[in-house]
Design a protein around this ligand. Structure first.
Ligand SMILES: Cc1cc2nc3c(=O)[nH]c(=O)nc-3n(C[C@H](O)[C@H](O)[C@H](O)COP(=O)(O)OP(=O)(O)OC[C@H]3O[C@@H](n4cnc5c(N)ncnc54)[C@H](O)[C@@H]3O)c2cc1C
Length: 475
């Protein structure tokens, strides 16, 4: 490391996966002039967990560890050692009162005959035409045709994103990988075969203790010397290169890594050009409720999670969390974790969401009415920044905002720091932190995060091993 790099003072805002990835790498490189400041009192950000006094551990939505990076795999091994479970992915869709194995489009033989015919005719029609889709809705119709779009893709994606599909771009899916293989679909129907082995990640690790957040708790020995909890940054002065915190403390930086949402960072900064502030209005997000329900009966299923495209339930997904580790819920109990999104386009009243969730679990057959009596524990976690929506104007907005921030020596990275859903998982976020350090101290290019240019239609930064189709459905 050269002299001036060794002296560089690096300040990290946020101790979620991105900030912790950077912190870990700084320590690994024996850099000493750095600090990490976190607004809350725990590590992990959106990947933290909560354990209640009855012994139920709740994640924020169903988190599973998928990795596209050797560095991330090694890091997880270092942090967890042998303290993990390995789960075979088993995902389903519940609709029209029946189970359809995931991925939906490969298993439409399970649908009623008239719906199956509609889906097949739509697929065939779509394959006959040339398409130039302008947004995510048109992309769905072009790829899957009318039937699959109407019965699954569009209603399901509205429940997930809480935004109409025509407000979303199509670039985040990528167009290089065919989502539909008509011959394979027809073969599955004719041979009456379930087709579930899809994507590189059909098994995953889960921390044995403490839920997903258990992974992030294990960073403590590596970061504690430079960690400051309960320190919310309220002001960033890019000229003096100074951060001010809620309690009045300040710190100086040479380079700043911010992992808070871009839309929270910009208003905290002085003299941001109007063009940049204006661009940030195109950065849309959904909010969400992560709701857990613990029941006093065993988990009688090997399922991992189920997608719900219909209105019979407010949630779009349920995870059988108690299936992931024997320590996540008391012995002999079941812990369901549900996810419901909301936004100005999709209202979900907070006062009634828990009751609507329990009724939804009954409606879809995961609970019986009489099992209301044996609910042991519930938890509602209300999350403002849930999904960074790949809106139609997103890429152009980022092409204005990020160069401005970098000109001020501020790197905004991570799920809402980069504001790119397609690189918004834990492995991507961790690596954005690691690669930020490699870039600033070693001069290496960042690989996960890459800049957008105005008018850019390309998919950003997803490593080649990632399946866009999987990204679309495995949230
Ligand atoms: C519902 C849901 C399901 C998910 N499922 C998966 C999954 O299955 N697999 C997967 O890999 N990933 C999943 N993720 C994504 C994963 O949670 C993120 O990749 C990860 O948490 C992003 O890390 P981050 O550090 O960029 O941001 P965050 O986790 O948001 O962390 C940012 C941190 O910054 C802190 N902060 C904010 N403002 C300030 C401030 N002003 N001053 C100081 N600190 C501040 C916050 O408190 C927070 O701790 C899911 C996310 C959600 C919401």
């Amino acid at each position: 490391m050269t002299g001036d790099r060794a002296d560089k003072r690096i300040v990290i805002l946020g101790a979620g996966p991105t900030g912790l990835g950077a912190a870990y790498r700084l320590r690994e490189l024996s850099h000493s002039n750095w600090d990490i400041y976190e607004a809350s009192d725990v590590l992990g950000g959106l990947a933290r967990s909560y354990t209640d006094e009855k012994g139920f551990t709740y994640d924020i939505g169903g988190h599973v560890m998928f990795s596209h990076y050797e560095y991330f795999d090694r890091l997880v091994d270092t942090l967890l050692g042998q303290d993990y479970t390995k789960i075979q992915r088993e995902a389903w869709v519940w609709m029209m009162n029946r189970w359809v194995p995931y991925p939906f489009q490969n298993n439409i033989r399970h649908l009623p005959n008239d719906v199956l015919l509609e889906c097949l005719m739509g697929l065939i029609e779509a394959q006959k035409k040339q398409h130039d889709p302008k947004n995510f809705k048109e992309f769905n119709l072009a790829q899957f045709g009318e039937g699959i779009s109407k019965h699954f893709m569009l209603p399901y994606n509205f429940k997930v994103w809480a935004h109409p599909a025509d407000m979303m771009n199509k670039e985040w899916i990528g167009e290089r990988v065919a989502l539909v293989d008509l011959e394979r679909i027809l073969r599955n129907i004719i041979e009456q075969k379930d087709d579930v082995s899809w994507g590189p990640n059909n098994s995953f690790k889960f921390p044995l203790y403490g839920g997903t957040g258990g992974l992030y708790d294990r960073y403590h020995p590596y970061v504690d010397d430079n960690l400051h909890l309960n320190k919310r940054a309220t002001h960033v002065d890019p000229v003096a290169r100074k951060v001010t915190f809620e309690d009045g403390d300040t710190t100086r930086y040479d380079v700043l890594l911010s992992t808070m949402p871009i839309t929270e960072l910009l208003p905290r900064m002085d003299s941001v050009p109007d063009e940049v502030l204006h661009a940030s209005e195109d950065l849309l997000y959904s909010s969400g409720y992560s709701i857990g329900v613990g029941i006093d009966r065993p988990t009688e299923s090997s399922k991992c999670w189920v997608y719900y495209p219909e209105e019979s339930a407010s949630f779009y997904r349920v995870t059988y969390l108690s299936h992931y580790s024997p320590h996540i819920a008391p012995p002999g109990t079941t812990l369901f974790l549900t996810e419901t999104s909301y936004s100005p386009y999709k209202h979900e009243e907070k006062g009634t969401i828990l009751e609507r969730t329990i009724q939804g679990l009954i409606n879809v057959g995961l609970m019986k009415e009489e099992e209301r009596e044996i609910i042991l524990s519930t938890k509602v976690i209300d999350v403002k920044h849930w999904y960074p929506v790949p809106s139609v104007g997103r890429n152009d907005a980022l092409a204005i905002i990020q160069p401005y921030l970098m000109s001020q020596n501020i790197y905004s990275r991570g799920r809402f720091g980069a504001w790119c859903y397609e690189i918004g998982n834990m492995d991507h976020s961790t690596m954005m932190g690691v690669e930020f350090v490699n870039h600033v101290l070693l001069g290496e290019p960042e690989e996960t995060w890459i800049p957008h240019e105005r008018g850019d239609q390309s998919l950003i930064g997803i490593p080649d091993t990632s399946s866009p189709a999987e990204a679309m459905l495995s949230q």
